[in-house]
Structure formats: structure tokens, C-alpha cells
Write a protein that binds this ligand. Structure first.
Ligand code: ADP
Ligand code: MG
Length: 408
């Protein structure tokens, strides 16, 4: 795969050229207030590099899930207002995506300025399954760049989507990896080729079937898979244990049984918790007890009990594996960390990641939020991935359309 980087584009010269940049400005909002500007801050360096070099930058981005038509609550206005506060270059927002307002604003854009186009998902063609429809939208985006444009993909969280602003524009313009995507790709390569062993993968969270799908491709690659979070109950059930009212995906039991059967031959070891924190109900203040993982219904809550965290013995065993690793990938909290009473497992794993000498990667929106809300700093980890879905699909071995299209 030959991918070209933003630095190569800058070296080729961008002064006066229109550069189309796909950014990730999909920030959480409370009304018109940005509640976490992390993605805006992360998008700044690429925009600064380009404006410093004299480019006229056109930014495409999405926010939320509008249904293919403009909707005020999904406007990029709040995100762009925050971007303008943080930026040391001029930033404006077009009133539409590829309409009269965008055309007019693009035409009057000066060197070193940024114009953000309105939410690309205000146009139904952005996400269309029809190649011709997406292509027509991409043509209109590309037309805004005049005849000498280029495309930079800086939205890693969207590379697994075959969308017009991610995929089709890249088939029409010389295309480059933005720094965010570049870093992610380098990290993911370390996790898939010439990985330093032992390679320990920690999986948890609540999207059980999504996470289970990754395991297929990890068998034989990971030395150890530590199983926590909601998926642990499907593993316990696969071993014939009762899990009371815990999160269970019954239809995935045969999938897990197949993994367990193949694991030994593949040289991958599963470590499933030996103790679980069981709660009376799903609530922050619920009564709770720690019980053996193979006897969840022995808690005082019987068949009503819900497993909400891994127990302390399991957390210690997991931490031990992490300390002996050379590479660790973690996706998915160990328990319902949002409730203090059920956050100990997740905290123990985060702590172990900060203490190991291994190269550590945290992937997944909630996992990244967990380490931050539990008081850890980003620089205590080797890498915190911005795109949960995209990094999982990469590790699953799936082709990411937004990346393969940059190969030229
Ligand atoms: P990520 O965003 O990191 O990929 P997920 O979205 O799959 O992770 O899952 C995150 C959620 O999983 C958290 O909100 C957490 O409360 C929940 N979770 C973890 N363990 C359990 C459990 N035992 N039962 C129910 N939910 C759980
Ligand atoms: Mg999540």
C-alpha cells in the first residue's frame, strides 16, 4: 500500500490551491454548546499546517445523523464557532454544503483561510448506496476546489464508511493522509504486523456481537485475550454457567464456543473472569456482592442479579497479564464504570496499562472516555484511538474503503 502524507502535499506546494479536508467535527452538543471539544482540538494541527502554507482550505464534516436534509439541530455552527475561537487563522461556515452559499464563500476565500461546508449529511447523496448518486455529490464538492485541488482525509472515525466526502472525492482528486489518520494507521499496523509479543488484547463494553467479531481475526495473532464487560457473560454461558439477568447474547453462544474450541490450536489463550460483581438492579446505588463467576445465581439477588463489573481477583489476574505484555490493545470498559461502585475493574485495567512497559493502545469512544473520567491522562498511554468502529474493523481484517482509496 502506498499512501501519501500531508507533509508530501505541503512539500509539493499548496499556496493559493483549494485543499478539501475531511475533518471529524462530530462533537457532543448540549443545545448549541459544545460539551467536549476534543475532536475540534484534534482537527486543528492539519488545518494550521495547511493555512500556514497558504492553502485555501475547504472542510467537510458531519455532525450527528440528520436524515439527508438540513436540520438546525445538526448544524455545524456550534462546532465552527468553537473552532474559530481556537484557531489562529480565519474560519467561516457556509450556509449550505454545495449550494449557492458554499460556492460564493469558496470563490471569495483567501490564501490561509478556512471555509467549513455545512454538515455533509444534510445531503442524502453523502451516504447513498448508489455509486452514481454519491459520485454526483462528490463532483460538486470537488468543483469547489477549481482545477488544481487536492484532498486530505483527517477523519479516521469515518474511514470505514463508503461515503461521498470520504471515498468518492478521493477517487477524483490527488489524495493524502491527514496527520490524525496517519498516526492511527501507523498504530494499527503495529497491532497487525510484526507485533511485539506477548500481545495481550482486552475486550469489554456492551456492543457484544461487534466485539466478538474481532476475535475471529485475533485468534493466532493475540497471545492472550482478556474477556470483561458485557461479553463475559456470553463466555460464561458458553461454558455452561448461569448468568442470572446479566447482559447475554444467546445467539452468540455458538460463536463463542467455536472460538474456545479453536483457541488452543491457534495458540491464543482466553482469560475469562473468575469472579464478578453482581448488583440487585442496574443503578448507581444498587446493592451488590462479589461472587464466583461460575455461581452468579448464588448471590442474594438470585436470578435477578446483574453482573456489572469483573471482580477483584479477575482484575488482579488481568493486570498481571498486562504487566507481562509487550503490546496491549484495549477496547471496551470492564464494567459499568459510569457508576462508581462498578468502576473498579475498568480502573484496574487502566492502571495496569499505565504501569506496563508494553506499547499500549486504547480504542473505543467509551473506553477513551472511561480512562479520562477515571482521572488518567492521555499521555499515560501509547495511543488513544479516535475511531472505535474503524479501528475494530481494521483489526477484524476488513477493508476500510476510506483508506484503500488513498492507495495510489
Ligand atoms: P467502546 O465505546 O469503548 O467501544 P462499548 O460502546 O462497547 O465500548 O461499551 C461501553 C459501555 O459498556 C459502557 O457504557 C459500560 O457501562 C458498558 N458495560 C460494561 N460492562 C457492562 C456490563 N457488565 N453490563 C452492561 N453494560 C456494561
Ligand atoms: Mg461505545
Amino acid at each position: 500500500m502506498t499512501l501519501h502524507t500531508l507533509n508530501e502535499l505541503i512539500a509539493e506546494g499548496v499556496r493559493g490551491r483549494y485543499i478539501l479536508v475531511r475533518s471529524d467535527l462530530n462533537v457532543p452538543l448540549d443545545g448549541s454548546t459544545v460539551t467536549d471539544d476534543g475532536r475540534i482540538k484534534a482537527s486543528l494541527p492539519v488545518l494550521s499546517k495547511l493555512t500556514d502554507a497558504g492553502a485555501r482550505v475547504l472542510v467537510t464534516a458531519h455532525l450527528g445523523r440528520p436524515k439527508g436534509a438540513p436540520e438546525e439541530k445538526y448544524s455545524l455552527k456550534p462546532a465552527v464557532a468553537r473552532l474559530a475561537e481556537l484557531a489562529d487563522f480565519k474560519v467561516s461556515l457556509a450556509g449550505d454544503t454545495v449550494g449557492g452559499s458554499a460556492k460564493e464563500a469558496a470563490a471569495s476565500l483567501q490564501d490561509g483561510e478556512v471555509l467549513v461546508l455545512e454538515n455533509v449529511r444534510f445531503d442524502a447523496r453523502e451516504t447513498s448506496k448508489d455509486d452514481a448518486e454519491r459520485g454526483a455529490f462528490a463532483d460538486e464538492l470537488v468543483a469547489l476546489t477549481g482545477g488544481n485541488g487536492a484532498y486530505v482525509d483527517d477523519a479516521f472515525g469515518a474511514v470505514h464508511r463508503k461515503h461521498a466526502s470520504v471515498y468518492d472525492v478521493a477517487t477524483r482528486l490527488p489524495s493524502y493522509l491527514g496527520d490524525l489518520v496517519h498516526t492511527e494507521v501507523e498504530v494499527l499496523r503495529k497491532l497487525t504486523a510484526d507485533t511485539q509479543r506477548p500481545y495481550v488484547v482486552v475486550l469489554g463494553g456492551s456492543k457484544v456481537s461487534d466485539k466478538l467479531a474481532v476475535i475471529d481475526n485475533l485468534l493466532g495473532k493475540a497471545d492472550t485475550i482478556l474477556v470483561g464487560g458485557g461479553m463475559l457473560f456470553t463466555f460464561l454461558a458458553a461454558a455452561g454457567h448461569k448468568v442470572a439477568s446479566s447482559l447475554l447474547e444467546e445467539d452468540q453462544i455458538p460463536v463463542v464456543q467455536d472460538y474456545l474450541k479453536r483457541a488452543a490450536d491457534a495458540g491464543t489463550e482466553f482469560v475469562v473472569p473468575t469472579d464478578v460483581v453482581v448488583a440487585e438492579k442496574f443503578a448507581a446505588d444498587a446493592a451488590h456482592e462479589t461472587v464466583p463467576a461460575d455461581a452468579i445465581e448464588s448471590s442474594s439477588f438470585g436470578a435477578q442479579g446483574i453482573g456489572l463489573d469483573i471482580g477483584p481477583d479477575s482484575a488482579a489476574a488481568f493486570a498481571e497479564r498486562i504487566k507481562g505484555a509487550r503490546t496491549v490493545f484495549w477496547n471496551g470498559p470492564m464494567g459499568v464504570f459510569e457508576f462508581e461502585a462498578f468502576s473498579a475493574g475498568t480502573r484496574a485495567i487502566a492502571q495496569a496499562l499505565t504501569e506496563t512497559d508494553a506499547f499500549t493502545v486504547v480504542g473505543g469512544g467509551d473506553s477513551a472516555a472511561a480512562v479520562r473520567t477515571l482521572g488518567f491522562a492521555d499521555d499515560q498511554f501509547g495511543h488513544i484511538s479516535t475511531g472505535g468502529g474503524a479501528s475494530l474493523e481494521y483489526l477484524e481484517g476488513k477493508e476500510l474503503p476510506g483508506l484503500s482509496v488513498l492507495d495510489r
